[in-house]
Design a protein around this ligand. Structure first.
Ligand code: PBG
Ligand code: ZN
Length: 326
């Protein structure tokens, strides 16, 4: 039997060669960013039980890890610090001898321009209360937080950060940081803004990894409500006006619609952050042999790219780079 079907979409699926030829979405390690945790006061890498396969590194032990990434084609890194001591004002976030500052200096002297070092600019890993800003009477005060965040960004730039990545979701943080960087002469230090950062339960494993759980309340007073997409566009618009170089949507997979809208509405590079909970869910299901890890990871990364992300921040950056080259 033959039918007079003119259009047979299956023709374009009939061999790997034709499928590759017509594939619409490209994924390449050069668009990945690998998040790294650096801990002060440890002498060897320390496993993170909530994120199997991810470790906290002592600053001096990061060079091997980075060499491994570079060999796979991943050269951008997002650095998070875990300090020995925390206080009300998060002073280790902007101390010249802070764990991130030491790490940035060390990595810049070893790798120079071969790596792109992005410093996460926030206070939650450094404050005793675990909030992302300045706390008074149980409230996170916006404008006092801006001063501390700006100070943090400048000290990260001084230590060698190529980019800073403000993630506190304080109003005006990009403007405050841009002005402070410029005033200190760091015109070329870029800003990767966590613009549409939602108050997500998928950050749980990260808070264990970075020891940054809020000690009271939650982050809903500053991070976004996940029911809102128009508001996400407003947040991105503000960050663009305030001087962001790259904008971010976070988390990634449950927010593909937001990624698409941001991509369509603005002409800046858009980054998407596949967060700790997204990582750990895939890890746990594959460890239980319920899903095929490689296949699922690549499917999620292609989806994030297809939705419109130019850059993907993922704990799977090295694995994905390896799998893509196979
Ligand atoms: C906080 C921050 C968070 C992440 C990065 N920086 C989340 C939070 O604790 O609110 C999450 C990253 C992840 O889950 O992988 N400034
Ligand atoms: Zn924070």
């Amino acid at each position: 039997m033959s039918f007079a079907l003119r259009t047979r979409p299956r023709r374009l699926r009939s061999s790997a060669a034709i499928r590759e030829l017509v594939s619409e979405t490209l994924l390449h390690p050069k668009h990945f960013v690998l998040p790294l945790f650096v801990e002060e006061g440890i002498s060897s890498p320390k496993a993170i039980p909530e994120m199997p396969g991810v470790e906290r590194y002592p600053p001096e032990k990061l060079t091997n890890k980075i060499e491994n990434s570079l060999a796979l084609g991943v050269r951008a890194f997002l650095l998070f610090g875990v300090p020995l001591a925390k206080d009300e004002l998060g002073s280790q976030a902007y101390s010249k001898s802070g764990v991130i500052q030491k790490t940035l200096t060390l990595l810049k002297s070893s790798f120079g321009k071969d790596v792109l070092l992005i410093a996460d600019t926030c206070l939650c890993e450094y404050t005793s209360h675990g909030h992302c800003g300045y706390v008074q009477d149980g409230k996170v005060l916006n404008d006092r937080s801006l001063e501390l965040l700006a100070k943090t960004a400048v000290s990260q730039a001084e230590a060698g950060a190529d980019f800073v990545a403000p993630s506190a979701m304080m109003d005006g943080q990009v403007k405050a940081i841009r002005e402070a960087l410029d005033q200190a002469g760091f015109f070329d230090t870029g800003i990767l803004a966590y613009s549409a950062k939602f108050a997500s339960s998928l950050y749980g494993p990260f808070r264990a990894a970075a020891d940054s759980r809020p000690q009271f309340g939650d982050r809903k007073g500053y991070q976004m409500d996940y029911r809102n997409v128009r508001e996400a566009l407003k947040e991105v618009e503000l960050d663009v006006k305030e001087g962001a170089d790259i904008v971010m949507v976070k988390p990634a997979l449950p927010y593909l619609d937001v990624i698409t809208k941001v991509r369509e509405s603005f002409n800046l590079p858009v980054a998407a952050y596949q967060v700790s909970g997204e990582y750990s869910m895939i890890k746990a299901a594959s460890k239980a042999e319920m899903i095929d890890e490689k296949a699922v990871v690549l499917e999620t990364l292609y989806s994030i790219k297809r939705a419109g992300a130019d850059i993907i921040i993922t704990y799977y950056a090295e694995d994905a780079a390896r799998w893509l080259s196979e």
